[in-house]
Design a protein around this ligand. Sequence first.
Ligand SMILES: [Zn+2]
Length: 495
Amino acid sequence: MLSRDHPVSDFAQTVKQQADIVKVIEGYIRLRKAGANFVGLCPFHKEKTGSFNVSGTKQFFYCFGCQATGDVFTFVGRMENVGFPEAVRIVAQKCGIPLPKREFSSPEEAAEARLRTKLLDLHEIATAWFEEQLRGPEGALAREYLAGRGLNEDGIRKFRIGYGPDSYNALRDRLSGMADQETLRASGLFSSKEQGDGSQGPIYDRFRKRIVFPICNEGGRVIAFTARTLETGEKAGAKYVNSPETPLYTKGLVLFNLDKAKTAIRALEFALLVEGQMDCISVYLAGIQNVIATSGTAFTEQQVAILRRHTSQVVVNFDPDAAGANAAEKSIALLTEEGFAIKIVTLDGGLDPDRFVRERGVEAYKEALRGARRQSDYLIERARVLFPGASAEQKVKAVNFLLPHIRRMPEMVARSQFAADAEQKLGIADSLIRAELRKAALKRRERVEERPAKLTEVERVLLRALAITDPDGDHARHLGRCRRWLRARPGIRWK
Ligand SMILES: [Zn+2]
């Protein structure tokens, strides 16, 4: 993909001299020091033990597993799925080296880049404006609510929480001089009603009389909002109103708080996964900084891939009986399939993390995290509670509950261990049921890939790569990029 038939420009040489390859690669994957080099899991092939080496002194990387090798530009080019000139620009930007005038490969691409930059600016201004509204007289009720949830001024500032006032045009008026109507519409900050003739009516503020929480990309830039109502009763409407998908924001590609949590996730070598944004904020502010949230929906493959760049261990603190239990189980299932080591926390008294931390303190919460159970132990316990009693019928139900979980695990050793534990802890004496358990341990369930049929295999692979390396891009943009790339290479046709 990366062609070096361009003569290496002076600019590229300058960038290469100033860039530290270790630092740049560490922005993508976890590295640990090993002698004179750094070692980590190779991002270019699937592996469990690190064979990916980076030499700071020689400024190159080499993988003993797949023989991938090159310099900082090769690495960034492959990770970002871009050619050499773009890789140089990205590395320059990361190292704070001023860029020469930017050039794009097509007018479409230039227009896309301009729109995204503009939308980022609008989100930044909107965030500051919401913050200002929260501090102002109209924000009194919202401030009271936040104080009641244990959020002080520091916390509010840290997460840039704001308030959308009770007005249909206040934000629109604030932003209208800065962008045309079409751009404002594309920002997702506004709503509009469909007219009789099918066209969209005038835009009005989307987040009204709500506490507004910014959602950031991995670089910490605000790309969307989620807003909680302050009303109760019939007038309240939806409890949360979210930004729609925009050129900046694709819901399935963002992990809430990853921008703030990623350093701690790498240092502690695990991520704490909670369901709600409020849970996440409150746990983070209590001093547990490796926490991220799924925002109440099931994980996507892309989110799992993003998380894998930072860790392969997750401690999950979901409420097993909440409305989101289904989404939680799906997320856990996907993480299991992808080979993550998972532990599960259950909190006393059925409390959610937010309330637990506020009522019992952060030390008690840390204690609960230390007591997290392996996923298999948790599931076996759940099977026992769901299907109590010694009858063969109950045992069959318990085993049927466990089988899909067992089959999902990629490692045979782990499946066998799980099956043996289940057999013992559930006290299964029946030889037929035991045989079924052991069979499940031997044979892994085939994974069913859910993909739109019109994508070809090569598009699927490229899309996945793009989703990982460009988490703020949306599906359509990614597809556009990968199809343009393929058009330029008519030789590539995978089935
Ligand atoms: Zn490799």
